[in-house]
Design a protein around this ligand. Structure first.
Ligand code: Q9C
Ligand code: ZN
Length: 620
């Protein structure tokens, strides 16, 4: 399968030709440093290179007016004075004789990516493009954008690839108002955007960027805005919005394709965003979207103006698309009050459109302790720097080194090893002391030598995972209660446990997984995720695979999956999921049973006191 990387350095060949402080951030180096970082880290070499092409007029016209296209077409022949005059018609944008060419390549790059992904030639991919797109509108350039690359891609996927539902996730720090306008009354495209808003005092200062713009007509409920009313939002704030707003709705929507308006001005150090989320958060945001739409995810660059932060964030995104598990999420203290207010507002206004949010907006029955802000990793001002620019420092993300074995299986001799995995059997068996120890601590009198050998193999595997020699493993056969004792620090995710809270069907379980298990798991930051396949879960294979996929984000890829002896058939597909293949789409989900929702909500309210990432409401 593989991950496509679409890039051409022709798109670095336009720049601001006059003095304009508003536009000086948008420089060719943005693309150069992003691409260079991918090459130097070896990530570009692991991707499938896909050439760009020019978009056709017909493709531009999927979103833009003929008059506007004709206007932009004249810009390559304009002199400086004419270009400046042409630019004057629009806000926060500049033109250059080569920008029309690049804008056509930016669309073409995006559509090339959509073609490869929709036809299954690659699993997913990223297009590194300039100019960005999400601010441009039917007849207007705006905010450094000429043509709306992602909006065109959504229309194109519907028209040429039969996509019925497209999800656009706009994690750029500006509101992609151009995308919102384009799909306002269209229920086939779900547009999600978070953006710096500060009660409308931040650019583009639009009333319609607020949370209560939900779409209109048939498209009501299919536009989701999460305005940030303060700067300094961090990793917990971003994750809280994913867990409690975007992901439940996205899973209920059930897209055929996910397009990411991947702007990295939402990362720490950005001079526009002033946020605090670290570059590694994009590994998690990407990962959390990768099991939607059967893994069909296309990330398309939008903003990002701190060259260091931008390059690091691009690398985190691409490495995750390639299937490497995300790193341990940085210390997650919990969302801040202002973020919770935004989460609460978005959930409340959307509750009538999405059954997963039907409990939103009801006042919390318990007072919980005030949310903790993210730890001390916030931006530090390096005082005494240059007069104007305040330097922000953050640690460079650790290199995510792949172990020599990604997925190891402990299997009885008769069961063949799954493709791409390695059969694990330690050279030496347990010596007499190890045997005695295992027997003493874990085995009953009656148990035979086979179990000792198995147990030994599993402890040996866990040891290898600790040393990062293996990411995942799937020992088989296995008696679950033993392994719970093997690791001292673990998050026991017991599938059946969730069932006992009444979330009996796929919808209910999925919601419990997104709104409860993931926030708990992220906050707990386990060193190992033990995933026990419950007996008789074959009827819900797709759900099992979704959980297996999603939970790999928790322990830097250290996942131990336990499968019962009589479930040989599930080893292959589960292993494929551990190898980074996306779980099949669940389709769009129906409404969960009211009792399920109620018990789930009760549990969440009870636990949120100790686990701030579970909160969905301000705590005053
Ligand atoms: N300081 C993109 O990120 N200027 N466009 C805002 C407020 C326009 C951003 C001025 C920013 C446009 C794709
Ligand atoms: Zn932006």
């Amino acid at each position: 399968m593989g991950t496509a990387l679409v890039y051409d350095d022709e798109m670095t060949k336009y720049k601001l030709l006059w003095v304009d402080p508003v536009c000086e951030l948008e420089v060719p180096e943005r693309l150069q440093v992003s691409h260079q970082a991918l090459v130097r880290s070896g990530l570009a070499g692991r991707c499938v290179p896909v050439p760009v092409r020019e978009a056709t007029d017909e493709e531009v016209l999927l979103v833009h007016s003929a008059e506007y296209l004709e206007g932009v077409k004249k810009t390559p022949f304009m002199d400086l004075e004419d270009l400046m005059a042409f630019t004057q018609q629009y806000g926060d944008v500049y033109f250059h004789p080569n920008i029309y060419h690049c804008a056509k390549l930016a669309i073409g790059a995006t559509l090339q990516l959509v073609d490869r992904v929709m036809t299954g030639k690659v699993r997913n991919g990223m297009a590194l493009v300039r100019p960005p797109g999400h601010h441009s509108q039917t007849s207007q350039a705006n905010g450094f954008c000429v043509f709306n690359n992602v909006a065109i891609a959504a229309q194109y996927a519907k028209k040429h690839h039969g996509a019925k539902r497209v999800l656009i996730v706009d994690w750029d720090i500006h509101h992609g108002q151009g995308i919102q306008y384009c799909f306002e009354d269209d229920p086939s495209v779900l547009y999600f955007s978070w953006h710096r808003y500060e009660h409308q005092s931040f650019w583009p200062n639009l009333r319609e960027s607020d949370f209560d713009s939900v779409g209109s007509g048939k498209g009501a409920g299919f536009n989701i805005n999460v305005p940030w009313n303060q700067v300094g939002m961090g990793n917990s704030d971003y994750l809280a919005v994913f867990f409690h707003v975007l992901l439940p709705v996205a899973y209920e929507f059930g897209p055929d394709l996910v397009l990411i308006s991947a702007g990295f001005d939402s990362a720490i150090g950005d001079p526009e965003g002033h946020m605090c989320a670290t570059p590694d958060i994009f590994a998690h945001l990407t990962h959390l979207l990768m099991n939607l739409a059967g893994g069909k995810v296309c990330a398309v660059l939008e903003g990002g103006y701190n060259l260091t932060s931008l390059a690091q964030s691009v690398c985190q995104t691409v490495q995750t698309l390639l299937g490497d598990p995300p790193p341990h999420p940085a210390n997650l203290g919990g969302p801040c009050e202002s973020a919770l207010e935004s989460v609460h507002s978005a959930r409340s206004v959307h509750k009538k459109y999405w059954s997963c949010l039907q409990h939103a907006g009801e006042p919390s029955t318990k007072t919980c302790r005030p949310a903790q802000q993210d730890g001390p990793q916030g931006p530090q001002s390096n005082g005494g720097g240059e007069a104007q620019k305040e330097a922000i420092a953050w640690p460079e993300p650790l290199q995510r080194v792949a172990p020599s074995v990604r997925t190891a299986l402990v299997l009885p001799d008769a069961v063949p090893c799954a493709d791409g995995c390695e059969r694990f059997s330690p050279a030496e068996g347990p010596d007499s002391m190890a045997t005695a120890g295992l027997r003493k601590h874990f085995l009953k009198e009656s148990e035979d030598g086979v179990n000792v050998k198995l147990l030994y193999n599993i402890t040996a595997l866990v040891g290898k995972m600790e040393k990062n020699e293996v990411w995942h493993c799937l020992p088989f056969p296995f008696v679950p209660s033993y392994v719970l004792c093997v690791c001292s620090k673990h998050l026991h995710i017991n599938f059946n446990h969730t069932l006992t809270y009444g979330c009996g069907d796929t919808v209910g379980l999925m919601q419990a997984a997104l709104g409860l298990l993931l926030p708990l798991g992220y906050q707990y930051a386990p060193g190992l995720v033990l995933l026990v396949r419950p007996p008789g879960c074959r009827a819900r294979e797709d759900l099992w695979l979704q959980l297996t996929g999603l939970l790999q984000g928790l322990a830097a890829g250290h996942t131990l999956v336990l499968v019962q002896e009589n479930e040989t058939a599930s080893v292959g597909i589960t292993a494929s999921c551990l190898l980074g293949n996306a779980a099949p789409s669940l389709g769009s989900l129906a409404a969960p049973g009211p009792e399920d929702v109620e018990s789930f909500e009760r549990l969440r309210l009870r636990l949120q006191t100790d686990w701030p990432l579970l909160q969905t409401t301000e705590t005053w």
